[in-house]
Write a protein that binds this ligand. Structure first.
Ligand code: PLP
Length: 465
């Protein structure tokens, strides 16, 4: 058997070919049906059931990318993708990801690659500045920021720290309570289950789907009166269903009063705070213990890149730090460095900061704001078209880029309209249920989306309603 490693000459040639392939894909993606049209099992049926015995040519692999993988994709980077929240990417992010793959660094400890840790600390701090987050979240004091794989992991880390902080104060696990609203993301429920916190309260929301602080206050008081211990409240900036914004300051006051951990999940909408006129979305964080927003949703940085800040890292480290002998090293023992393995559940970690660093340097803060504002303006224009047309109703306020639309004709008609639009392949939208009614979600924010694509989407609504 001869040496099968790719030579650097081959890597160079194939690398150029692969970058061309990605650039061609992005150039043509708007012409592809946004939603994959394949039946369940189609992709599997195209693939051999046994692994290849002999290495194959890279040409054959690229041909199969076109033949098998592309048809089996829903095109998240299509400018006609308006479902869920965006998971946008961009040129500098793709190149940063490529550089990270080329370097192949595993940054579990500062010592296993100082640049991996220090770049992360710096770029996360840059984002904190752009979001004008409280000083407590910045590096230099007891708090600081980290890049997690997902908002779900950020919530889990917050839950574990909250649980252990409450237990360190003498509370029994069985007595701990976590509070969410009916609109909080399901990752909080899952996280509480993983953290084995047995009591979860679902607090009522008001007419705009934001958590009602009066109901939260009563739930916390009732629990305390019954001998239970409020461990954590999750407030959301931009709920998944409708972009509702919970009253952070009021929730923070209640958390402060009850010594409960206050986690803020701003997975998508938090990024809007980079624009001065949207800074209000992140107001009220005075008593927040942790805050999370995803660069991999709306900051032109491909999945995964979830930014989390804590006001005090000590409880996180107390929950998650473990130092087996083989990881001992001088830098860790000096106490002078950050070991991000202590800020997350897994040990190993990717060099995620690289792509975010490249994105921030390529766009600059002004460039990022410019594109966020483009999305905000497109959403505002589309909202006014719906408002002006009696066939449609907006089912929730539109603070930013998510519109919840339904047909005045009712749920069944709204459901049929959603299916009809998605079946055209010219747009992809998802749905939510608000007040027991079916709504169509239009979420704007893909990197490639422009006015023309939103105009096309409006034409589909107009024609098919
Ligand atoms: N929180 C909110 C408000 C979300 O909308 C989502 C996903 O869309 C999440 C959390 C989960 O994000 P992730 O996929 O990064 O875990």
């Amino acid at each position: 058997m001869t040496d099968r490693h790719m030579t650097s000459a081959e890597l160079r040639a194939r690398g150029h070919q692969m970058i061309d392939w990605v650039a061609d894909y992005l150039d043509g993606v708007e012409e592809l049906s946004v939603l994959s049209q394949v039946e369940p099992g189609w992709v599997t049926a195209q693939l051999p059931s046994n692994p290849p015995d002999k290495g194959e040519s890279f040409d054959a692999v690229i041909a199969d990318l076109d033949r098998i993988v592309l048809p089996g994709l829903t095109h998240w980077q299509s400018p006609r993708f308006f479902a869920y929240f965006p998971a946008n990417t961009s040129g500098p992010s793709i190149l940063g990801e490529l550089a990270a793959a080329g370097l192949g660094v595993q940054g579990m400890l500062w010592a296993t690659s100082p640049a991996c840790t220090e770049l992360e600390t710096v770029v996360v701090d840059w984002v904190a500045q752009l979001l004008d987050l409280p000083e407590r979240f910045r590096m230099g004091g007891p708090g600081g920021g980290v890049i997690q794989d997902s908002a779900s992991s950020s919530a889990l880390v917050a839950l574990l720290a909250a649980r252990d902080r409450a237990r360190a104060r003498g509370a029994a696990l069985d007595d701990l309570v976590v509070y969410v609203s009916s609109q909080t993301h399901s990752s909080l429920v899952k996280g509480a289950r993983i953290a084995a916190i047995p009591n979860l309260r679902t607090v009522e929301v008001d007419g705009s789907f934001a958590m009602w602080p009066g109901a939260l206050a009563k739930a916390m008081d009732d629990d305390v009166a019954a001998g239970r211990v409020p461990a954590m409240v999750c407030g959301t900036v931009g709920t998944t269903a409708s972009h509702a914004i919970d009253p952070l300051a009021a929730i923070g006051d209640l958390c402060h009063r009850h010594q409960a951990w206050f986690h803020v999940d701003a997975a998508h909408l938090g990024i809007a705070g980079m624009c001065r006129e949207m800074a209000w979305v992140n107001h009220g964080l005075e008593h927040a213990d942790s805050y999370n927003t995803n660069a991999h949703k709306w900051l032109f940085t491909n999945f995964d890149c979830s930014l989390m800040w804590v006001a005090d890292r000590a409880p996180v480290l107390e929950s998650l730090s473990i130092l087996p002998d083989y990881l001992r090293n001088q830098a860790t023992e000096s106490g002078a460095v950050i070991d991000y393995r202590d800020w997350q559940v897994p040990l190993g970690r990717r060099f995620r900061a690289l792509k975010l660093w490249m994105v921030m340097r390529h766009y600059g803060a002004d460039g990022l704001r410019h594109h966020l504002r483009e999305h905000l303006a497109l959403a505002a224009d589309l909202a006014s078209r719906f408002e002006a047309d009696p066939r449609f109703e907006l089912a929730a306020p539109v603070p930013a880029t998510l519109l919840c639309v339904r047909l005045a004709a009712g749920d069944e008609a709204s459901r049929e309209l959603l299916d009809a639009i998605n079946q055209t392949g010219r747009a992809y939208l998802s749905h939510a249920v608000l007040d027991d009614r079916h709504v169509i979600r239009v979420s704007i924010g893909s990197t490639l989306t422009t006015r023309r694509h939103v105009d096309d989407l409006w034409s589909l609504f107009d024609k098919l309603a």
